[in-house]
Design a protein around this ligand. Structure first.
Ligand SMILES: [Ca+2]
Ligand SMILES: [Ca+2]
Length: 323
């Protein structure tokens, strides 16, 4: 073909490709790659006020990606500035009611989203940390980021439809690498999970959307495959005990994706995100977690959810619009 014909042919092909893409298609995610440990910028952002078993320091780090960007690990959070949600169960504050019926809801302030809305009460556990946003407004942050494990109560007044958005972090001790010390192993890859139940019938389940934004530890950045919208590491397993963690230790890589600026907004289009994956109590490892098992009615009907890998995905955003 002559050059003009080739150009016209290319333009027509381009238009056909554009037409073939679904309306929800979004540009390919821009990944950022880091290798090795971050520089510790905060040893511990959350002091546990009482001696508690399984206490870990909630540290923060800074690491430079291969594109020159400075990244905060495990995540930029609002923990220091956001309102802390009231405790359902928290060994660090000594709030450990024997029964869910013992919880005095009158001590839980109602956050006003819509003055003419209904009051919704929710119970939430983040393994390890969550922030709750409603219609783009930060309603509250997890009172204790890492461990010991805690659970929270929230109340807000809202009108349907409304959008719940959660920022979720599987915290880490080997900052930048998604690993921690476990049973003598300093390079253990921890796993995440979140569960929530709200009094209007909304529960965490596969109807939510969940996307990952920080994936580690990786032997090679190419071990994350962008398969459609999924940041896929399933070739290495998704949960314990099947998961195969690489033995690269401090030489491991991490893949990060920038968070959309408006990810918590009500009108953010999350249709390009994968559906959340449901995980069992056994997979999440919560069968002896008192802040969960002591209050079955607080989480009845809800499922633990996360993105496609409970182990490798360390920063996850999840959303659900309640109609
Ligand atoms: Ca927590
Ligand atoms: Ca992890």
């Amino acid at each position: 073909m002559r050059q003009g014909s080739i150009l016209r042919f290319a333009a027509i092909c381009g238009a056909m490709v554009a037409l073939a893409l679904p309306a929800a298609a979004q540009p390919a995610a821009q990944r950022q790659v880091t290798q090795g440990l971050a520089r510790t910028t905060a040893e511990n952002i959350a002091v546990c006020g009482r001696p508690a078993p399984n206490s870990r320091l909630s540290g923060l780090g800074s690491i430079t990606a291969q594109d020159g960007a400075m990244l905060v690990v495990p995540a930029v959070t609002s923990f220091a500035t956001g309102p802390r949600l009231p405790d359902l169960y928290n060994l660090c504050t000594g709030v450990t009611p024997e029964r869910f019926a013992d919880v005095d809801l009158n001590r839980v302030p109602v956050v006003e989203i819509d003055p003419d809305g209904e009051v919704v009460t929710g119970s939430i556990i983040g393994d390890n940390y969550f922030e709750l946003w409603i219609n783009g407004r930060l309603v509250g942050v997890d009172a204790h980021p890492y461990t010991p494990f805690n659970s929270a109560i929230v109340r807000f007044r809202v009108k349907r439809p409304y959008t719940i958005a959660l920022l979720l972090v599987d915290w880490e001790e080997r900052l930048g690498l998604g690993m921690e010390t476990m049973r003598g192993n300093d390079w253990f890859a921890g796993d995440g999970g979140v569960i929530a139940r709200f009094s209007d019938g909304t529960v965490t389940d596969a109807s939510w959307r969940a996307q990952s934004f920080y994936v580690a530890p990786l032997a090679r950045p190419e071990d994350v495959v962008e398969r459609g919208a999924v940041h896929d590491t399933s070739a290495f397993g998704r949960t314990y005990p099947q998961v195969r963690v690489p033995d690269c230790r401090e030489r491991c890589f991490a893949v990060h994706y920038p968070l959309p600026a408006d990810w918590a907004a009500r009108n953010f289009d999350d249709s390009g995100w994968p559906r959340a994956a449901e995980y069992t109590d056994t997979e999440v490892g919560v069968t002896s977690l008192t802040g969960y098992t002591r209050y079955p009615e607080a989480f009845a009907g809800a499922h633990w959810i996360w993105s496609s890998s409970l182990v490798f995905d360390n920063l996850v955003l999840a959303r659900r619009t309640v109609r």
